[in-house]
Design a protein around this ligand. Sequence first.
Ligand SMILES: C[S@@+](CC[C@H](N)C(=O)[O-])C[C@H]1O[C@@H](n2cnc3c(N)ncnc32)[C@H](O)[C@@H]1O
Length: 219
Amino acid sequence: MEPRFWHEKWQLQQIGFHQQQVNPFLVKYWSCLGLAEQAEVFVPLCGKSHDMCYLAEQRHRVLGCELNPIAVEHFFTDNELAYQVEQIGEHAVFSADEVHIYQGDIFTLPHTLTAGIGGFYDRAALIAWPESMRQQYADALAKLIPANVSGLLITLDYPQDTLKGPPFAVSPDWVETHLAPHFDVELLECVDVLADNPRFVNKQVPWLNEAVYKLTRKA
Ligand SMILES: C[S@@+](CC[C@H](N)C(=O)[O-])C[C@H]1O[C@@H](n2cnc3c(N)ncnc32)[C@H](O)[C@@H]1O
């Protein structure tokens, strides 16, 4: 989606994608990555996700990237974290304790910034892009992830013709075909979460699969 779409969503607080709880797949599978406590974790298109608090609680340094300044400010104020802001290049960097969020476009995030990361976490980032822009995002993500670094990817899949995204449907086939050139892909779990998603139920979407993958950047 174009930046204006997301800025409007945050301005109007139409943020149905924001989860009140930490994502259960994150809690269940994060330890599979075997990351050291102090490892830095990159969270692309992070919004104001509580998942970043979970990662910080695992003693990781969190490096987020988010386009919208309201989202970033709300992350810190909602969590009662005093933050500082500095301008680095074209990104405003909001920092408190172990969380650093680069507010701006992921496509212009310098690769040097993520050169030292030990892991990454993509929930509702890949699926935020329509198919026409998804590969561009996947290529940008791959450029930001150093060789041999692993992360979790959480996707949704459903019959795309039953609902207008975002979130957009991303099938296991799409993941395998388009991400395999950059990453080793391992499907960890896939469950039907339709009953927990009234927007999809109301639109009579027949099924809604949430999947979690382990991705490891190829050398
Ligand atoms: C569907 S939301 C997911 C947010 C978060 N991952 C979560 O789980 O709540 C997608 C987020 O990506 C942000 N975004 C969209 N385009 C972006 C871009 N080019 N660079 C950085 N962030 C972007 C939006 O502002 C929005 O907050």
